[in-house]
Design a protein around this ligand. Sequence first.
Ligand SMILES: *[C@@H]1O[C@H](CO)[C@@H](O)[C@H](O)[C@H]1NC(C)=O
Ligand SMILES: *[C@@H]1O[C@H](CO)[C@@H](O)[C@H](O)[C@H]1NC(C)=O
Ligand SMILES: *[C@@H]1O[C@H](CO)[C@@H](O)[C@H](O)[C@H]1NC(C)=O
Length: 189
Amino acid sequence: MRLISISLALMGLLIQQSSAVTWYFLQWYTPTTSAQFQSFSMQMVAPNLQQPGVYYLWPGLQDNSLTGVYQEVLDGGSGEWWIGPGCNPSLAWGSGFNVPNQDAVQISMTRNADGINWTSNLTMGSSFVSNSFPLAYKNFNQALLAIELYDLTWDFGKLVFNNVVMVVNTTATAWCTSQTPAISIPEAY
Ligand SMILES: *[C@@H]1O[C@H](CO)[C@@H](O)[C@H](O)[C@H]1NC(C)=O
Ligand SMILES: *[C@@H]1O[C@H](CO)[C@@H](O)[C@H](O)[C@H]1NC(C)=O
Ligand SMILES: *[C@@H]1O[C@H](CO)[C@@H](O)[C@H](O)[C@H]1NC(C)=O
C-alpha cells in the first residue's frame, strides 16, 4: 500500500463533450484491475462563484465497468456553493453543506473494512457530514479531479486541490507520480 501526496492546480485539457457540457479533468488509472482504490482524500478550495449556474466541481472514483462515478460535488446552482457526496446514477444523494468562496473542505472517501460500504466524510470548520454508500463491491480503478460546466465558461479562476492522497493496494507508483496524468473522457459519470 502506498501513500502519495501531491498538490496541484487543475489546469489543463479542454474537452467538448456536447454543445452544452464542457469538461476539464485529471485522471489516474491503477496499473492493473487487481490494484484498487482503498481511499482517496484531499482538501478542495472553493473558488469564487461568479453567478448561479450548473458548475459541478468534484473529486471522484470510477469503476472498471463504468457503472457510475462516486463523487463529492461542489455545486454552484443556487448561487452559493453546496457540497455533498453521491454515486450517480444508482443511489440517493448524501447530505452536505454550503461552502463560502475560498473556504477549504477536507474530503475523504474510504472503503470500509466491512467490505460493504464506502464512506465519504466532508469537514469544513465545525461543519461535518459522513455518508456511507454500499459500493465496496465495485472495482474502483480510476480517480478523477473534474470540472463539469453546463452552458458556462470556466470563469472562477484556479480550482485548487491540496494534499491529494490516493491509497491503492499496489507497490507500483509510476501510475500516480508521473508528471502528466493520463487524460481521457470519462465514459460514465
Ligand atoms: C485489492 O483490494 C481489492 C478490494 O478493494 C481486492 O478485491 C483485490 O484482490 C486486492 N488486490 C490485491 C492485489 O491485493
Ligand atoms: C468518517 O467519519 C466517521 C464518523 O465520524 C468516522 O468514524 C470515520 O473514522 C471517519 N473516517 C475518516 C477516514 O476520517
Ligand atoms: C453501510 O451504510 C449504510 C448507510 O449509512 C448503513 O445503514 C449500514 O449500516 C452500513 N453497513 C455496515 C455493514 O456498516
